[in-house]
Design a protein around this ligand. Structure first.
Ligand SMILES: *Cc1c(COP(=O)(O)O)cnc(C)c1O
Length: 381
């Protein structure tokens, strides 16, 4: 089956008792057993729930994976992955990492003796030099947030294989519609399902997919033991959201082209960060590993004044000023004061997060309305 057909049907059969075409919300905490220890594979809902299983099957199919596993948030999924490790183990992660992952690594897991290195993953010499006998995991995020850098997944995975490291790809920004890291031999693909997978900004959820039976067994054991598993209502909503993933992504991508080009030609805009431009430093890698370029775009303003970014943010009406991304509605964020506020100014400016940098999650509204909205907001500066 192809992507759109899988998005709608994978993991889902009509309900055997009624023929209901939609997977029921199995709102139950436990399951009646026929005799002690004899049951239909469901014993207690922290471990397994049929609505969640349908979602896990569907997600696995979309990532061309053997196994899928859902968590109560993206961070819950990331937490389970790090719990594969033991004190003394080392992880090499992308330097331009999602802030929540960085916080969990440095503020929570560092306390338990796990060592994290944050490396510019365009620099393969540095990457190679950072590996030592204690390195156990390579954690890659691409495209990165908010600078939209593209990291070469195949090269990273090859390096991980050479040194027997577990390779993890946070695929949240791309979604399985744009890239499938397991096809490039990665060990684990991770998602904040809160974003594109659900797509309607009404659920917080995480997910993992893998082809490795052993890793899956360990991760499912951790999920059940530690308990960050999602409930059936949220599982149903994400399963419903997935049915339109391919259609939504097509529009995110086509709107992304229009908005990126509009910004690139606007006299008040200094720089636009979007991997679809041939001038983007990683455009060739993006073309190689992604099917399209997506609707995540960052840009800075001429003069780089915080006041101008703030004026723009207060004058949009179709875009909303909010954290998060990947929903049907367009969002605008100001990384320096929002997602990256905890990073000292000198530090964040080194990575390009200047005072006027704005990040757009281009939604699936009519492109003309998005352009009008941005035109008006830019005129207010
Ligand atoms: C949002 C996000 C996460 C965390 O997911 P939650 O569902 O918010 O816990 C992890 N990685 C990336 C790239 C994200 O955008």
């Amino acid at each position: 089956m192809r992507f759109g057909t899988k998005a709608i049907h994978a993991g889902q059969e009509p309900d055997p008792t009624t023929g209901a075409i939609m997977t029921p919300i199995y709102q139950t905490s436990t399951y009646v057993q026929e005799s002690p220890g004899v049951h239909k594979g469901y014993a207690y809902a922290r471990g397994k729930n049929p609505t969640r299983v349908a979602l896990e099957r569907c997600l696995a199919e979309l990532e061309n994976a053997k196994h899928g596993l859902c968590f109560s948030s993206g961070m819950g999924a990331a937490d389970a992955i790090i719990k594969l490790l033991v004190p003394g183990d080392e992880v090499i992660a992308t330097d331009d990492l999602y802030g929540g992952s960085y916080r969990m690594f440095t503020k929570v897991f560092a306390k338990y003796g796990i060592v994290f290195h944050f490396v510019d993953m365009h620099d393969f010499d540095l990457l190679e030099k950072t590996v030592n006998e204690k390195t156990k995991m390579l954690w890659v995020e691409t495209p990165t947030n908010p600078m939209m850098k593209i990291i070469d997944i195949e090269r990273c995975v090859a390096l991980a294989k050479k040194h027997h490291l577990i390779s993890v790809i946070d695929n949240t920004f791309a979604s399985p519609y744009l890239q499938n890291p397991l096809d490039m031999n990665a060990d684990i693909v991770m998602h904040s399902a809160t974003k594109y997978l659900n797509g309607h900004s009404d659920v917080v959820m995480g997910a993992l997919c893998t082809n490795d039976d052993n890793l899956y067994e360990q991760l499912a054991f951790i999920a059940n033991s530690c308990g960050a598993t999602p409930g059936p209502q949220d599982s149903f909503l994400v399963l419903r959201g997935l049915k339109t993933l391919h259609v939504r992504m097509e529009r995110h991508c086509s709107n992304g082209v229009v908005v990126a080009n509009f910004l690139a030609n606007h006299p008040k805009v200094e720089k636009v960060y979007w991997p679809g431009f041939p001038s983007h430093p990683n455009h060739e890698v993006a073309k190689k590993q992604m099917r399209d370029f997506g609707g995540m775009i960052s840009f800075s303003l001429k003069g780089d004044r915080f006041e101008d970014a703030s004026t723009l943010a207060q004058n949009v009406h179709v875009f909303s000023l909010a954290e998060s991304l990947g929903g049907v509605e367009s969002l605008l964020g100001h990384p320096a004061s929002m997602t990256h506020a905890s990073i000292p100014k000198a530090e964040r400016e080194k990575s390009g997060i200047t005072d006027s940098l704005l990040r757009l999650s281009v939604g699936i509204e009519d492109a003309e309305d998005l352009i009008e909205d941005l035109t008006n907001a830019l005129n207010a500066i």
